[in-house]
Design a protein. Structure first.
Length: 281
């Protein structure tokens, strides 16, 4: 990747923190989908046997933060079992997100995903939920900045190539929910329950994105922009973004039945890409 002085500075400071096994660049910058104002997502990987010294993380963060006095970091686990913890920083006027990951936990989840076992859990910041396969995607797409013991290299060997059992499991897990959510929205439409209708239709569209990514053997690591990205995949639904925009305009205008009918059409289009048993051709 091109030399980035800010990344070099961050890596130099964070790599010396006790417990840090690896430092990686993740998110849109790692996938080369970033724009000028995009965040820097920096993953700090540690091992169970050598815990991350979060006090030293704080001390390191204060040496680079634009406002050291306002800088805080969380304990491990503060943000739940999936996001785990970290910090939000401003460095040289750029937004930096530090994210903790236990490499042992990540490896265990990745092995389950590779065997076709996936979970999805409630998680603030992920309105569709946190799918365990996100950890696979984080590893597959991240760019190691510091990996002296080969921790990330080992995990990448699990994530790549994309496992066939995971592909089938994600399609099986999410395809049925598309119509199920539409039907729930249709029930709510009789009472003009706009928020519930919107929630159901959002879940349906999120499941469409999950299935399309799985069909294409691509990891979906964030709901933001997922439909737009799915629309550009080799196996996709024609005019997916435009249809989604029309659905939301209908919801805004109170055309709930029409919105549900349009989403049923999207579901039908997706089913033409899969076999009747729900597995990819």
């Amino acid at each position: 990747m091109p030399h980035d002085p800010l990344l070099a500075r961050l890596t130099c400071v964070l790599a010396d923190v006790p417990g840090v096994q690896a430092v990686v660049l993740g998110g849109s910058r790692a996938r080369r989908r970033a724009h000028a104002a995009s965040d820097y997502d920096i993953g700090l990987y540690f091992k169970t046997a050598i815990p991350l010294d979060t006090e030293r993380v704080l001390a390191a963060a204060k040496t680079i933060a634009d406002d050291p006095a306002a800088t805080t970091v969380t304990p491990v686990g503060e943000w739940g079992p999936w996001i785990v913890g970290g910090a939000w920083l401003s460095v040289e006027g750029r937004k930096i997100d530090l994210l903790y990951r236990n490499a042992d936990a990540v490896e265990s989840v990745m092995e389950s995903c590779g065997a076709g076992v996936v979970t999805i859990d409630y998680q603030p910041g992920h309105p569709h939920g946190f799918c365990s396969a996100i950890w696979m995607g984080e590893i597959a797409y991240c760019q190691p900045l510091h990996d002296p013991n080969g921790v990330i290299a080992r995990l990448k060997s699990i994530a790549l190539p994309y496992p066939k059992p995971l592909r089938s499991a994600l399609i099986r897990r999410f395809q049925w929910e598309i119509l199920f959510s539409i039907e729930n929205a249709e029930l709510a439409a009789a009472g003009h329950e706009r928020s519930h209708i919107a929630g159901c239709l959002y879940r349906s569209l999120a499941c469409v994105a999950q299935v399309l990514f799985a069909l294409n053997e691509r990891y979906l690591i964030n709901e933001k922009g997922a439909l737009q990205e799915a629309a550009g995949l080799p196996l996709t639904i024609p005019y997916l973004v435009e249809q989604s925009d029309q659905i939301w305009q209908l919801v805004a205008d109170g055309g709930f039945a029409q919105a549900c009918a349009m989403l049923r059409q999207v579901d039908w289009q997706l089913k033409t890409l899969t076999q009747p048993d729900g597995t990819a051709p």
